[in-house]
Design a protein around this ligand. Structure first.
Ligand code: GMT
Length: 394
């Protein structure tokens, strides 16, 4: 983490000085970028910054009360003239209003579109009021790897990135992808996702465990928004192989378009009794803490925050090797990585780990130790350092 070294002198200053008013724009929904943005805002507020969340509804993780966090809702009036409601314009207007009246120092937007593009537009408007608002854009993945490949969005994404005052990406791989896809003239700093290690524990609740599995059974878990990119049917296929060899249960947390396919596959394999679909849950920590293996066979994953959350709970990870996953899950140490779609290899690795208790415990401990590198106190100063830098260059 070279940024950490570069930031050291700032970190010393930050411990004692500057507290900012920070506007955070994010998706409020069940998804990695919203989780990261919300947890970042909460942590910044705990350090004494004033944080204003701006989104179309209250971020789902924004449930801890603080006198330093505020929420501004972007409302979109249902105007009959529009076939397509222009959310980006309402967001832009809201940003102008919040920056002017709350005297925001920095706007930190998560996800390129529409958040970064709305922020750049707001920046231009604010200039007409004599306000120079610095914009930090954090790239999370699908804004580059999926939407970014859609030619109709490309000019907007490229412009928003290049016009931001600072740009961060959540993994080195995502930075590489961004530089490959777009003509980027701006420096991109890698600031990885983080966990607050205080929220996770390795020794799960015995009561919950006993409700979900017998004592001799292993627990496998998957958490996602069940979009196509997550390959949830691969999760079921892997489990189908595993449960033939190892007494086990599979917990599926989340919901989304592919859930029905996953459920149908369970019925086809006749394993429905061993697979528990929990739906969307606000917090997954307790389920992680009773699990042995986390499955993440995604098509692409810029970082894989859920894998890191599993590791922070002392859970080993079987994943694909796509995107930034190899920066999180270390092959042969914290779990195993295989080619996307190689269900056989993933099942083989899972069976090998689950059938050797000593090895499994070693991998689980390695996963926990590796996750601590991404603990909040190691990552938060990198963002604070960036804020300090762009304020100084203003
Ligand atoms: O993975 C998702 O479907 C949600 C998505 C999002 O945009 O919120 O997550 C992305 O951002 C997370 C936080 O930075 C990353 O941990 C996920 O890997 C990334 N998802 C993909 O790249 C598919």
């Amino acid at each position: 983490m070279s940024e950490q070294i570069l930031c050291r002198k700032y970190i010393i200053i930050l411990e004692t000085e500057k507290k900012y008013k920070i506007g955070i724009v994010c998706y409020p929904t069940y998804g990695g970028s919203g989780v990261v943005a919300t947890e970042l805002g909460i942590a910044l507020a705990e350090k004494g910054h004033e944080v204003h969340f701006i989104s179309y509804s209250q971020p789902f993780r924004l449930d801890r009360v603080s006198d330093k966090t505020f929420f501004h809702e972007v409302t979109v009036p249902d105007y009959p003239l529009f076939d397509y409601t222009p959310y980006e314009l309402n967001l832009t207007s809201k940003l102008v209003d919040v920056v002017r009246h709350e005297k925001i120092d920095i706007l930190h937007v998560h996800y390129a579109i529409p958040h970064a593009s709305a922020a750049i537009q707001a920046k231009h408007i604010l200039e007409t009021y004599g306000i120079n608002i610095p914009i930090v854009t954090t790239l999370h993945g699908t804004d580059i790897t999926l939407l970014g490949k859609d030619k109709s969005f490309k000019p907007v994404i490229e412009y928003a990135i290049n016009k931001s005052d600072a740009v961060t990406s959540v993994s080195s791989d995502l930075k590489k992808e961004t530089l490959n896809h777009f003509k980027i003239t701006k420096q991109i700093d890698v600031i990885p996702n983080f966990i607050d290690s205080n929220l996770y524990n390795k020794d799960g609740g015995k009561v919950l465990r006993s409700k979900l599995a017998n004592t001799d059974e292993k627990i496998l878990i998957h958490v996602s928004n069940f979009r196509k990119v997550k390959r949830v049917t691969d999760v079921v296929k892997i489990f189908e192989f595993v449960q033939k060899e190892i007494p086990s249960k599979l917990i599926m947390i989340g919901d989304g378009p592919e859930r029905i396919q996953a459920e149908q596959l369970c019925r086809k394999f006749n394993i429905s009794d061993s697979v528990k679909f929990m739906g969307k849950l606000k917090s997954v920590e307790e389920f992680m803490s009773i699990s042995d293996l986390f499955l993440l066979p995604s098509e692409t994953e810029s970082f894989g925050l859920v894998a890191l959350e599993a590791m922070a709970s002392g859970v080993s990870v079987i994943s694909s090797n796509s995107g930034g996953l190899s920066e999180v899950n270390i092959d042969g140490l914290t779990g195993y990585l295989s080619e996307v779609g190689d269900v056989k290899q993933m099942s083989k690795n899972a069976i090998e780990l689950l059938s050797d208790n000593e090895k499994l415990e070693e991998f689980k401990e390695n996963a926990f130790i590796h996750s601590q590198k991404f603990d909040l106190p190691n990552i938060l100063p990198l963002y604070e350092c960036l804020y300090e830098k762009i304020q100084t260059n203003k």
